[in-house]
Ligand binder design. Structure first.
Ligand code: IPE
Ligand code: IPE
Ligand code: MG
Length: 241
């Protein structure tokens, strides 16, 4: 049992489409509502003293969805960025995006850069958005980057450790998530932070993301505090006979 709240919480915001379908609405209505929840959770997490929140917003596999849905998601993202820059600045929050920027529309990339640079010196909650993010792609990108350096310097390969390798990931400057929360009842990782979640505590909610509230977040944190994190060791109070 630990008393500490998780420093870094990662969210797989899933179930927007099903939430809308159950109400006879278009899937995009679920995404719109999902963005509202995201904003509420950012505020709530900051008030609770969490240091970093990462939200899986669009995966490398989500391009397989109909163009109409992707376009709507990009529109909501655009609006989110417009509204959030001021909000983040006002609240001393830092904004970061992880994922491959290139395939995203240019105007979105520009707004991301603006939000990142305008908030880079803030010292409060770090808000990370995983956009066009895929963990396998991230690892491949890290290997490519590492290799370009290693080809020029043999010693790099000999010295390579997991800690050093992790500095080549998109999350180089972020600690691993302590807690992963996925909504919608699906119990899978869906190519999200495979490396970084190695020792995260997992919490699955049956609710869809548009129904996820601050109280649910508090519940997950309460539950996190009851977990015994051993990282492969044994409990401190256990004797070895
Ligand atoms: C999560 O909700 C949001 C994104 C993946 C962009 P979904 O759109 O996956 O909703 P379901 O899972 O189909 O209900
Ligand atoms: C994971 O949800 C991706 C995001 C939340 C952005 P998906 O809905 O894409 O995952 P699967 O298809 O259920 O595994
Ligand atoms: Mg889904």
């Amino acid at each position: 049992m630990q008393d500490k709240i998780p420093k870094h919480i990662a969210f797989i915001m899933d179930g927007n489409g099903r939430w809308a379908k159950e109400r006879g609405l278009a899937r995009t209505a679920g995404h719109r509502r999902g963005v509202q929840r995201l904003k509420e959770i950012v505020r709530g997490a900051s008030e609770l003293g969490v240091e970093i929140v990462t939200f899986f917003a669009f995966s490398t596999e989500n391009w397989d969805r109909p163009k109409k849905e992707i376009d709507a998601l990009m529109r909501y993202l655009d609006k989110f960025l417009d509204g959030q820059i001021k909000e983040l600045e006002r609240n001393n929050m830092r904004f970061r995006v992880i994922g491959q920027g290139n395939p995203l529309p240019k105007f979105i990339q520009q707004k991301i850069q603006k939000a990142e640079s305008r908030t880079k010196d803030n010292t409060g909650l770090i808000v990370v958005l995983a956009l066009n993010y895929g963990s396998r792609q991230e690892i491949v990108d890290a290997v490519k980057r590492f290799t370009t350096y290693a080809l020029k310097d043999d010693a790099l390969l000999k010295q390579l450790t997991p800690e050093i390798f992790s500095r080549y990931l998109y999350t180089a400057d972020l600690p691993d998530p302590d807690l992963l929360i996925r909504t919608s009842g699906e119990m899978r990782i869906s190519n999200f932070m495979l490396w970084q979640l190695s020792y995260a505590e997992l919490y699955f909610f049956n609710k869809y993301w548009p129904d996820f509230t601050i109280n649910d977040l508090k519940e997950a944190i309460r539950d996190f505090k009851t977990r015994e994190r051993r990282f492969g060791g044994i409990d401190a109070d256990q004797e070895v006979n």
